[in-house]
Write a protein that binds this ligand. Structure first.
Ligand code: LUZ
Ligand code: MOS
Length: 797
């Protein structure tokens, strides 16, 4: 190599050095394991306020603003919508009704029960019934308020048990059964039955739902959407416009949070923007304000459940039965898949030989409940944990002991027929109990409670086994597109949507590791339906697993070509070549060939520096008729212990500490994973103790503002959160033995419910059973009313 060439090379590589300096990563440093305190480069633009969400993107010239008019009762027949007053507000005002939709007025994908705008009836309070467009957002909102709606009230059902009694289901009930439940219950020494209720949960993503739609060349549609699933949006937009999918491009940049709320339900807003843009022939932005968003969009499904559980004299579980009444809301949306995840997590982390669980999708006049982190599993975990709690009360035994005795073990076959491998339930639990010194801790709590009258402490414990894979088999696939540019920099696009969970960081690390370059060489691009087609939503905790594997496959292909080229140039065998951290190694020693020279040589020889990767999760199978199979690639295990204090006079609770042992696999980025666990914990604790989603008896939303709906904040969260990772373990269905992290740790928050319940029991001195989440102060107050004595009364000695 000539001296001059080397100089040019150094200079042109300078940007990479600068990028390294900015991100604090040295060229030759190991790329994969930044410590918890390191700055994550991908998050810098966020912190600096530079990332562009829907409403930050410079609007196309002539862009109009859209607003929606929401229904103001739970169920009614539409007689007329009068537009005159709205139209007279400003010449720019346009009103779009169901009849103006150019294609098919239907966006229901799992069941065609969801018109974009209602034609005859609305089905919940807050349902969009008209789109109003104007030159400014405030004009559009004002005009929407001026629409005069004539309607005739219809009866509304909001209670799922009432819907069930009428047989009003979205789909017929679904049952998974194993063994002989009746016989097993007859043999049990202890049998307990009861009822469990869990409330809904509002996503409160920082960025509300929104989209910008623009007609291209008078015939094609381009949409920028705040969505977890661009392909779903593409399909919906194509349908409502009556276009083939190849005429619709959907782009998702970075989302300001989603948590499942934008898995399917971003399609509604994108479709409305697209219809408005098509009708008006101008670009249209639709960006919901918080109140409209909280009223109109789906939330976590409330459930009400009847259970029965039985054990032998030693506390070995023999039988479990449950009827889950899912409040599905007004349309199907993702309710069936969510119910599937409930039914597949019915026994939590416990092995039970005889099981019969049935789920009912109850149709009600409420917003269509939808995906929310955990996706039906938290509801199931709450039920089984409540059942275990009730059983321990009945047996008069330590609940931790009872749970410990019944954990999943290696090789166990679940009630749905999956043989469990690499089970880490006991490992997590034993580590957790050892690390908190459980016997000493529970003694300390007992002593505290014996010496305090106005404050009582309690403990809650939960083991977790969370199945990873979309329950709908065909969804377990992903694609990636990787380009290496001639200056040596790399760009990767996948179906993974960056919504704050740092999936882009993980994809960058996987890309860099596979190609053998520093992570600073890699940029992760936004997702569009042009670069990667037919994507599944970034959901089910699988974003990094599926898209990371697809990116890895694409990189392996490019790397194979590069290694061959390097071998040719260095006159060596391909087996002697290695590429690491951007250094070409021959026989383990740095070669006289740089990364950039290698890339340029490829280009000069007219060889492809790009590749598309495709991944489909192996080993999955499920027989829907038999309700048997292997629906999950693997499970994530872990356990949590929560300590809480109840203030007897105020009926409030405080979280003292949370200890978690979590099976993270071989973490791609421990700092990111730790952040995900803390965030999920906060959402789980919020759902269990704080977030009170309410509707009036007439279906009116009563918690549709951030002043009437309380979300977790720093004062709510415990000061001490101790998270320990189990040592790495083999995991062939995720990149580099990593494991999915998004949803499993949300379940830990459920232990918060039982910690507070435990403290209430200490106050009352009676083994009460009460399973109605969230356990807010009003309910604590009602329970404390059961106390035999007045805590302020002077004590006799
Ligand atoms: N979405 C989905 C999900 O469509 N199927 C799933 O199994 C799932 N699981 C969790 C979260 N979202
Ligand atoms: Mo989700 S609940 O969109 O993984």
């Amino acid at each position: 190599m000539k001296e001059a060439d080397m100089k040019v090379d150094k200079k042109s590589m300078a940007f990479l050095d600068e990028a390294d300096a900015r991100s604090g990563t040295a060229h030759h440093e190991a790329i994969s394991m930044p410590d918890a305190a390191s700055v994550i480069p991908e998050s810098l633009p966020n912190v600096l306020g530079q990332t562009q969400y829907i409403d930050d993107i410079p609007r196309p010239a002539g862009c109009l603003q859209a607003a929606v008019r929401l229904s103001d009762s739970a169920h009614a027949r539409i007689l007329a919508i009068h537009t005159e007053e709205a139209l007279s507000l400003d010449p720019s005002v346009r009103v779009i009704l169901a009849k103006d939709i150019p294609g098919t007025n239907q966006i229901g994908f799992n069941k065609p029960d969801e018109p974009l705008l209602p034609e005859e009836e609305w089905e919940y309070w807050g349902q969009p019934i008209a789109i109003v467009v104007a030159k400014t957002r405030s004009l559009a909102r004002k005009a929407a308020g001026l629409l005069r709606v004539e309607s005739e009230e219809l009866p509304a059902v909001i209670d799922p048990r009432e819907a069930a009694a009428k047989g009003d289901f979205i789909f017929p009930p679904r049952t998974i059964a194993c063994g002989n439940v009746e016989e097993a219950f007859a043999k049990c020494a202890y049998v307990v039955e009861g009822r469990v209720d869990s409330g809904g949960q509002e996503h409160v993503y920082l960025e509300t739902q929104g989209a910008i739609a623009q007609v291209i060349d008078g015939r094609r549609m381009h949409v920028i959407s705040s969505t977890q699933g661009p392909t779903g949006v593409q399909r919906a937009v194509a349908q409502v416009l009556g276009l083939p999918m190849n005429m619709v491009e959907v782009e998702a940049r970075r989302l300001g949070g989603a948590f499942g709320g934008k898995e399917d339900q971003a399609a509604n807003w994108a479709s409305m923007a697209a219809v408005a843009s098509w009708v008006c022939g101008k670009p249209v932005e639709l960006y919901l304000n918080r109140k409209d968003d909280m009223r109109a969009t789906g939330k976590r499904h409330p459930y009400t459940t009847d259970f029965r559980i039985g054990a032998d004299a030693d506390g070995k579980l023999l039988a479990f039965e449950a009827d889950y009444y899912q409040n599905s809301g007004s349309t199907c949306d993702l309710s069936a898949a969510i119910l599937a995840r409930t039914l597949l997590h019915a026994t939590g982390a416990y092995q039970i030989p005889n099981v019969r669980v049935t789920g009912y999708m109850c149709h009600t006049n409420l917003p269509s409940f939808t995906a929310f982190r955990g996706f039906g599993a938290p509801q199931a975990f709450f039920v089984i944990e409540a059942a275990m709690d009730a059983l321990a009360q009945k047996m008069g035994t330590e609940v931790v002991e009872l749970k410990r005795r019944n954990l999943f073990r290696e090789g166990d076959r679940t009630y749905y027929g999956m043989t469990l491998e690499r089970v880490r339930a006991s490992e997590s639990v034993e580590r957790l109990l050892a690390k908190v010194d459980y016997p000493a801790l529970s003694q300390r709590i007992k002593t505290f409670n014996a010496t305090h009258r106005l404050q009582k402490k309690g403990l809650g414990f939960i083991p977790v086994a969370f199945g990873i894979s979309f329950t709908k088999l065909q969804m377990n696939q992903a694609g990636a597109l990787v380009h290496v540019y001639t200056d040596g920099s790399v760009v990767v696009s996948t179906g993974a949507i960056e919504m704050g969970q740092q999936v882009a960081r993980k994809i960058a690390l996987v890309t860099a590791r596979t190609l053998g370059v520093p992570v600073s060489y890699v940029t992760v691009q936004r997702t569009t339906t042009l670069t990667v087609a037919n994507t599944v939503p970034t959901a089910a905790s699988t974003g990094a697993d599926l898209n990371g594997m697809a990116a890895k496959i694409a990189c392996q292909e490019i790397r194979g070509r590069l290694v061959q080229k390097a071998a040719d140039l260095l006159k060596a065998a391909p087996e002697e070549i290695d590429i690491r951290e951007g250094i070409i190694l021959c026989d383990g020693k740095p070669a006289s060939l740089t990364w950039k020279q290698l890339v340029e040589a490829m280009h000069a020889a007219r060889q492809d520096l790009s590749a598309h990767g495709f991944y489909a999760t192996p080993f999955l199978e499920y027989d829907m008729k038999a309700e048997r199979g292997r629906p999950f690639a693997y499970h994530v295990y872990g356990a949590a212990l929560v300590e809480a204090t109840v203030d007897i006079l105020r009926s409030t609770s405080t979280l003292d500490s949370v200890s978690i042992v979590h099976d993270i696999g071989d973490s791609i980025d421990p700092a990111v994973d730790r952040g995900q666990i803390e965030g999920a914990l906060a959402q789980g604790l919020g759902w269990s103790l704080l977030e009170d989603l309410r509707f009036g008896p007439d279906g009116k939303p009563l918690s549709d503002t951030l002043s009437t709906y309380k979300v977790p904040d720093v004062t709510f969260m415990p000061e001490n959160i101790d998270i320990e990772f189990l040592p790495p373990i083999e995991n062939p269905t995720a990149p580099y033995n990593s494991k999915a992290v998004g949803e499993p740790p949300l379940q830990y928050g459920i232990a918060g419910y039982f910690a507070v319940l435990d403290a209430i029991r200490a106050a009352i001195g009676k083994p009460i059973v009460y399973y109605n989440l969230p356990l807010i102060p009003e309910k604590i107050s009602d329970l404390l009313a059961e106390m035999g004595s007045d805590p302020l009364e002077p004590q006799a000695h």
